[in-house]
Design a protein around this ligand. Structure first.
Ligand SMILES: Cc1cc2nc3c(=O)[nH]c(=O)nc-3n(C[C@H](O)[C@H](O)[C@H](O)COP(=O)(O)OP(=O)(O)OC[C@H]3O[C@@H](n4cnc5c(N)ncnc54)[C@H](O)[C@@H]3O)c2cc1C
Length: 305
């Protein structure tokens, strides 16, 4: 029988890129599929809600924390291997680790991942992307633990991919493993591309604590441009601020509360709605809270989260 390595009342802020959020009632960092299974079985038998996180780079966690079990699939669940131009990694493998492991063996084509902080699991679920590529373009298959306890491997066509969306969350899937297709590429070429992309980011995006883009882009415009044109760059609420560098980022100036960030998200949505009659849709996910304005969550013109 698998023993449960459960901790209690663990502060979640250090596990997020915004560095905000209260404690998890229960917290675990499993190392194997059997441990993940055992944790979910325990949560179900104890009637404890659970939430899976990766590196927390797309999360707004409530100041009150999460009154259930947080399962962190990151560093301790990050084994990676390569064979025949395929990279197979546990969900907790970081995007940068995957790119570097591929490069060392003479493979690439996935360099855009290096600029997206997070785990492969989070990136598969979010269909994260940058520089005209997204996870849907490079993923071959994902293996998930389903709510009925089965472990299934699905091809990319089964995952309902569209812009920053997969069907994995609505199906309650816990992603365990991803297989990514690679292209032959020299380590030097990969390294050069990583440096170029990271320079591009540094020049255009804030280096302060953030969760990347707060809103998805509406079909007709970039969210950042709409926010900037509304004069909201630099808008500040408590210790949260609409970045002066990139208006679709909200930065933690140091000591921000989740409630402040969430109120600023709502304020931005209201201003854009008043100007353009559309609700910006949050890309960031809430834990223990609902992100942004209630009407935006029910806006039929926006893609569902
Ligand atoms: C500076 C910065 C820049 C960014 N730039 C980009 C960008 O260019 N493009 C982009 O798309 N995103 C960007 N992001 C957002 C973020 O990096 C991505 O969404 C990333 O893929 C999230 O991965 P994560 O492991 O941190 O997931 P988390 O933030 O921990 O979780 C995100 C969601 O995935 C779920 N999840 C995580 N792991 C699993 C799993 N194993 N099984 C099931 N569900 C899981 C969580 O429940 C949650 O719903 C940026 C963030 C930052 C801080």
């Amino acid at each position: 029988m698998t023993t449960l390595d459960l901790r209690e009342n663990v502060q979640l802020a250090p596990f997020t890129s915004w560095r905000v959020g209260g404690p998890a009632r229960y917290f675990a960092e499993p190392r194997s599929i059997d441990e993940v299974k055992a944790l979910l079985q325990w949560a179900r038998s104890e009637n404890v809600p659970f939430f899976v996180i990766g590196r927390g780079s797309n999360l707004l966690i409530s100041d009150e924390g999460f009154a259930g079990l947080v399962i962190r699939l990151a560093d301790k669940f990050g084994a990676v291997s390569l064979e025949n131009g395929r990279l197979t990694a546990q969900a907790g493998c970081s995007t940068m680790t995957a790119v570097k492991a591929a490069a060392q063996a003479g493979w690439g084509g996935v360099e855009f991942l290096s600029t997206i902080p997070g785990t492969l699991g989070g990136t598969v679920v979010m269909n994260a992307g940058a520089h005209q590529s997204s996870m849907a373009d490079i993923l071959e298959s994902a293996t998930s633990l389903m709510p009925d306890g089965s472990v299934i491997t699905e091809g990319v066509a089964d995952l309902g991919y569209r812009y920053r969306h997969s069907n994995l969350r609505e199906r309650g899937a816990v992603v365990l493993e991803a297989v990514i297709r690679l292209e032959p590429r020299s380590p030097e070429a990969v390294q050069q591309e990583i440096l170029m992309l990271s320079k591009w980011r540094r020049e255009r995006q804030p280096q302060a604590l953030s969760a990347g883009s707060v809103f998805t882009n509406p079909s007709m415009a970039s969210a950042g441009k709409l926010i900037e044109d509304a004069g909201l760059k630099g808008e500040t609420l408590g210790r949260a601020q609409v970045s002066t560098v990139h208006a679709n980022f909200i930065v933690n100036l140091g000591g921000a509360q989740a409630a402040e960030i969430n109120a600023l998200i709502t304020r931005v949505q209201e201003r854009i709605h008043a100007r353009h009659g559309l609700w910006l849709h949050p890309e960031v996910r809430g834990v223990g809270l609902e992100v942004g304005h209630a009407e935006a969550r029910h806006d039929p013109t926006q893609p569902s989260a």
